[in-house]
Design a binder for this molecule. Sequence first.
Ligand SMILES: [Zn+2]
Length: 744
Amino acid sequence: MSFYITTPIYYANSLPHLGHLYTMIVADTIARHKRQQGIETFFLTGTDEHGINIERAAERAGRTPKEQADYVVNYFKQMTAEFGLDTEHGGYDIFMRTSEPFHYEGVSEFWRRAARAKTPKGNDAIYKGHYEGWFCAACAAYKSEDEYAKPKNPGDPPTCLIHDMALDRISEDSYFFRLSDYGDALLELYESRPDFVQPETRKNEVTSFVRGGLQDLSVSRLKSSVSWGVPVPDDPEHTMYVWFDALTNYITAIGFGNEQQNRAVGFEKFWPALHLVGKDILRFHAVYWPAFLMAAGVEQPRAIVAHGMWLDPNGRKMSKTLGNTIELDVLSKHFSVDALRYFCLREMVFGQDGRFGYEALIDRTNSDLASGLGNLSSRTLTMITRYNSGRVPSGVISEDKLLLAKRTGVDTDATTIAGFIEHARVQYLQQLETYSFSRALEVAWSIVARMDKMISEAKPWELAKDVNQSQTLGAVLYRAAETLRWLCVMLYPAMPGATQEIWRQLNLSEKLAGMDPAKLKWGELKEGVPIGEVKPIFPRIDKARTMGAIGQNSEVRSQKSGIGGQKSEVRSQRSEGETDGPSLRAELATESAPSGTHATEADAVPGAPQADATPAPPQHATEADAVTGAEGVANFIDITDFTKVELRVGQVLTAARIPKSDKLLLLSVDIGEEKPRQLLAGIAEHYTPEEMIGRKIAVVANLKPRKMRGHDSQGMLLAATVGEDDKPVLATFNEDVPNGARLK
Ligand SMILES: [Zn+2]
């Protein structure tokens, strides 16, 4: 069995941007999933390098067209490496370039076959004629009257509706592809293969476009107008139209038309492909390409699957003018690759448009990854370290301990949890097969939630106190660890890096890339095996700080725009909906994140020094109900006084609002003790419970417990008070610190 998936090959006149990255992430996820199933998979991406647009850009830059293409390809390869999508990271198998000699060979053969062919109506599929009309170099497309804007001054050329650029008037001899004869054959194809164009809505668009009647397509330009391209076989005064050339890469890349090469084996083996495309270039893939293939007598693709576009958080198209683009260098600087992959797959309902904003990306990372999967992983493995000497416990509860276990509320029947997870696995895989990534991940996260619930109900820290409950404790921890093992295998295609990291911490050695989730069996995690070193997988992102740093980035960027004409060379785009390529990391000035406002600094802010005030107990946000707003150093204390205060690092495990209190949050905080502390904090007006979960905070551990609003508070967290309304800003840590570490 084999499988072949392609992204579009990207026009080498623009630098890579979010749209490119997204298609590659999706293709990469599908490819990894297929490989896990043991299917031999070939994943293609690359660049489309011919055409007038690149020729012109090269001229402006004083380069040859090939050098111009090399320049852009270099950035694409850098991007794919940075985001773990290249061959080295288990991503694509080929970075295809249409400037490759074997492509010239293959596409020439393809043209010859089409040129010899008759249409379904018995006419020559390719004929020579004369073209007269308008052409957008950036779209690399001829424009009919409804596709351009009339000029303001009569006599000027009309402008492209997509690019707002003047169109070229073309009046020259040209080869035509007799597309008008293929309407019925195409409709038959869509009819007989309902999955040929996906999703359904896109298929309907394509069908109605074809029903509306097809016009013949000019498929060449005079060499005197466009020389950078593949010469028409046997008529070198003509250059092939770039789409005819570009689409054919999908077959030449695996050997079509150069049978003498080893690659020919690839064509037999891998064709037909699944083409993953943005909806903006669907027509080229679902109408022109199948017609070309019919003419050349080559089998049709497996399917053409179109995804939607990323909009900004307000639902607007992203553009440089609006300043709402997502910059790849910002993504790679501030976010882990897997957080980004997760967001892309989770946030866009595949096929529809999605919204992308840095804030939403941070929120998802924190809630689903730091507090979700990451927390489940570190919590489980930490407890195994603490309660079972770092070895995977047995999951079995013996007969004589069953009743005891039952009494604690732990489900003594391991098949309940196994059944839940097996069922979720089936659903997950079904969703993945239909590219419903968002739904699939939702299902996987229902497993995370189920485990969190199991742990908080079983309270392993309580069980650990009772030697009679050691089997119950073991069973709970085993289930959590075994679930992690399942999640790693299932989620590997979506998040290869993070799952491999958890895998290492579980001290498992089999290759995730080759493990089929359908074959997982509950209980195959071996007991007694020592686990690896526990490390956090998804550090929590400080939203305010990161947003601040990102803001600074874009300021730096806008100050620098206009410098270095290289960017403008690659400005115009072929397809609708795309935005200018991002500026690249190398072009960025070094920038430093603003140092956060720390509690200690805020305390020292000159405000109202009250040297003569009576030593008052420090005012903290935790006592917000009683905050008076006193600030400034009251007086000095000895170091011995200070050492009386025991400050510890804590991590918030749960957070909830308290009925009838606007200010208080009820937190349970792990400060490295057997059992989490319950704390009340007067921060509810400024922090939501969701924001608090997973967060590392500083806790006064030896404060006498107090009761507030009927709840015990066993300690106090530290926060700065800022501004006139004494807004609390939590003291936190920029580096990773273990829970319970002492502050001194
Ligand atoms: Zn255009």
